[in-house]
Design a protein around this ligand. Structure first.
Ligand code: ADP
Ligand code: YYY
Length: 221
């Protein structure tokens, strides 16, 4: 591989993309970009501005003024919106419940895909990028594409544990709603990209998933 290595990791919510991507980037000495955090940060900024998120035209016009910055160190990734560190507020239920609406607006996706491609261009040593449309839209020619999945019950149990033991059944129902919106929207729905390798992490530990993906990257190099 001559051009900088890009590893695209897509998959549904809670499949392990963030933890796995950080681990793979750390092991391989690559940068790391969490595109879900960018959609969340955009959602946070629009909520701060009081924009009606049910109005796609209002979302599209307000989005132009939002300034997002992503730090790509896999051991200490950062996300700022309009100069504010939003790493914590983007994980609230309010943002989580609203982000799919914002991510469905084509102009928001244009803005963020442009920022994502710029971040990839600024990582000459290579980068792991995770999201929903990385292998299908953002970097369709990425030399390594992974579609990371896990059973809905496993994903919900992990998310519930992460949220201090939240109710697993309610978490699974909320994940199902978000999966449905993310995979059926018109603009860049979640799909298994052409050429992506499916990795099912349901019965694997995090380290085993990282090992599997590092093995796929090594085989492609
Ligand atoms: N293979 C795995 N086994 C057990 N827990 C995992 C595994 N992969 C991820 N997790 C845990 O599941 C939760 C969700 O993972 P995360 O990486 O945030 O998923 P995503 O980015 O796909 O939403 C985290 O608490 C993470 O530590
Ligand atoms: N490239 C991306 C990344 C995320 N999104 C959407 C899909 C999700 O509903 C939100 C938040 O993504 P995020 O990866 O943070 O979600 P989870 O941590 O998996 O719950 O953004 C997207 O549409 N395209």
């Amino acid at each position: 591989m001559t051009s900088p290595l890009v590893v695209a990791i897509d998959g549904p919510s809670g499949s392990g993309k963030s933890s796995t991507s950080r681990g793979v980037a750390d092991r391989l000495g690559l940068a790391y970009l969490d595109t879900g955090a960018m959609y969340r940060a955009m959602t946070w900024a629009l909520l701060q501005r009081g924009v009606d998120l049910d109005d796609p035209a209002a979302v599209a016009s307000a989005a132009d003024a939002v300034r997002l910055e992503s730090g790509t160190d896999p051991l200490a990734p950062t996300i700022h919106a309009d100069g504010t560190d939003v790493a914590e507020p983007i994980r609230t239920d309010e943002v989580t419940g609203a982000v799919s609406l914002v991510a469905a607006v084509p102009h928001v996706r244009e803005l963020l895909v442009d920022l994502q491609r710029r971040a990839i261009g600024e990582a000459p040593g290579g980068i792991v990028v995770e999201g929903r449309d990385i292998g299908s839209v953002v970097v369709p020619d990425a030399p390594v594409k992974i579609y990371l999945v896990a059973d809905p019950a496993a994903r919900a149990a992990r998310r519930a544990a992460e949220n201090g033991g939240a109710d697993a059944a309610a978490t699974e129902a909320a994940l199902a709603v978000r999966d449905q919106i993310d995979s059926t929207r018109a603009a860049s729905p979640l799909v298994q990209a052409h050429g992506a390798v499916v990795v099912d992490g349901t019965h694997l530990t995090l380290d085993e998933v990282i090992d599997t993906i590092v093995g796929i990257v090594d085989a492609a190099s």
